[in-house]
Design a protein around this ligand. Structure first.
Ligand code: PLP
Length: 432
């Protein structure tokens, strides 16, 4: 093992893992663990290549501001390199991005600006249009524009591709990638065209993205929305050369998320949501083959940025990706059942301070008050506000002094209609 003198020297040379516990038909399936880059994703590679190219072209001056529109990971790669090289960075992200990525960007010293994720190219609040506009307005700034920057595919043509070639001893038949900016797939396709033109370039595309249709049928697929982060597009980025892609698979969100969770449970690899999409496509490809092939699939980032989402059963259930049995009564409305130890509660003797802390931690506005497993009251944010206003010493008082104990109780088997009069009277119903 070597010792490095800069985190930048640790970008690239990521390991590869053969997946032995999935059914892969006659194929050998290898996962390239790009989450092992120091910033946690494949995008460290282009963070480095695009900043170096900008320095060489004189596009960025010392102390200047790097601006980029990104789903998060490119921002992290750029922020990592920018911090080492002494640049400021402004990252524009669409508002569906996970909190963890935004916290990571903030921690690296990046300025983060959030824009709408429900608008498309050409809209003034579309994240890429915002980045372009700001770069025109800010002095000594440089808009990286990963979607058209040639240093993006070059990082994969000159770095990722040769690494895969060496790790497989040239024994590769198919390469599975996603497209965000198109840099990865275009760079790898160009590299393999040079060394082994028979390598099939396989696109894994989330359902709702237009790209798979263009690859398979020459026509854009129907545009929709998807929850997988970092891949799928509503336009063809200049860096994405569709003609270099052999075949595409459209993967629905539920399959991507289930596959990423399975990767953790059966192989022990904690990967991000897009890895679920890429691995789903790789598995479909492998199982369709009739002769032995070696297939390489990228793992673009780690699952540690998605712990509160796809690795959280409640989030999965709330989004409809995990189905619970339906009863046709009030039980169907309980999203955090007590029997699953899922209820965050207070006891009558807890202080208001601990009740407040628990509400903040669980991001809820009210707590049931339980004496053992018997409900005796409910305390909510307005009870706390009224009791604490100009009386901060009351933080030490017990919850029982301020809770509401006039409870409207309903049995779980009661019909939905029984709830309506209680809600119309603006009261809280407890289903026990
Ligand atoms: C998290 C993430 N970001 C971005 C990308 C897309 O890469 P590129 O922008 O090179 O197309 C991927 C590809 O799989 C990804 O998973």
């Amino acid at each position: 093992m070597s010792t490095y003198t800069s985190v930048i020297d640790m970008i690239g040379n990521t390991p590869m893992l053969e997946l032995r516990n999935f059914k892969t038909g006659p194929c050998k399936l290898l996962l390239k663990l790009e989450a092992q880059n120091p910033g946690g994703s494949i995008k460290d590679r282009i963070g480095l290549s695009m900043i170096v190219a900008a320095e060489q072209a004189g596009d960025i001056q010392p102390g200047g501001t790097i601006i980029e529109a990104t789903a998060g990971s490119t921002g992290l790669g750029l922020a990592l390199v920018a911090a080492q090289q002494g640049y400021k960075i402004l990252v524009i992200v669409p508002d569906k991005m996970s909190q963890e990525k935004i916290f990571h960007l903030n921690a690296l010293g990046a300025q983060v600006m959030m824009t709408r994720s429900d608008v498309t190219k050409g809209h003034p609040e579309y994240y890429q249009d915002v980045a372009e506009r700001l770069s025109g307005e800010m002095a000594n700034s440089f808009w990286v524009n990963q979607f058209a920057n040639p240093a993006n595919p070059a990082a994969h043509e000159q770095g990722t591709g040769p690494e895969i070639w060496e790790q497989t001893n040239g024994q590769i038949d198919a390469m599975v990638c996603g497209v965000g900016s198109g840099g990865t797939i275009a760079g790898l396709a160009r590299f393999f065209k040079g060394v082994k033109p028979s390598v099939e370039m396989i696109l894994a595309d989330p359902e709702g993205s237009i790209l798979a249709g263009l690859v398979n049928d020459g026509e854009a697929g129907e545009l929709g929305s998807w929850v997988v982060e970092g891949i799928g597009e509503d336009f063809v980025p200049p860096n994405c050369d569709i003609d270099l892609i052999t075949k595409a698979y459209t993967i629905p969100d539920y399959e991507s998320l289930a596959t990423a969770r399975e990767l953790l449970s059966i192989e022990g690899v904690l990967a991000g949501s897009s890895t679920g999409t890429l691995l789903s496509a790789a598995l479909r490809y492998c199982r369709e083959q009739t002769s032995a092939k070696t297939v390489v699939c990228l793992m673009p980032d780690s699952g540690n940025k998605y712990l509160s989402k796809m690795f959280n059963d409640f989030w999965m259930t709330d989004q409809g990706f995990i189905q619970r049995p339906q009863h046709g009564d009030l039980r169907d409305l309980i999203s955090r059942p007590f029997d699953d130890r899922a209820v965050v509660s207070a006891s009558p003797d807890d202080t208001l301070l601990s009740a407040y802390g628990r509400m903040r931690m669980a991001d809820v506005s009210q707590l049931p008050v339980l004496d053992g497993d018997r409900i005796v009251g409910i305390i909510d944010g307005s009870d706390l506000l009224l009791s604490l206003y100009q009386n901060q010493e009351r933080f030490a008082d017990p919850v029982s002094d301020y809770m509401t104990d006039r409870l409207e109780m309903l049995a779980p088997e009661e019909p939905m209609e029984s709830l309506l009069p209680i809600l119309r009277a603006d009261r809280v119903a407890i289903i026990v």
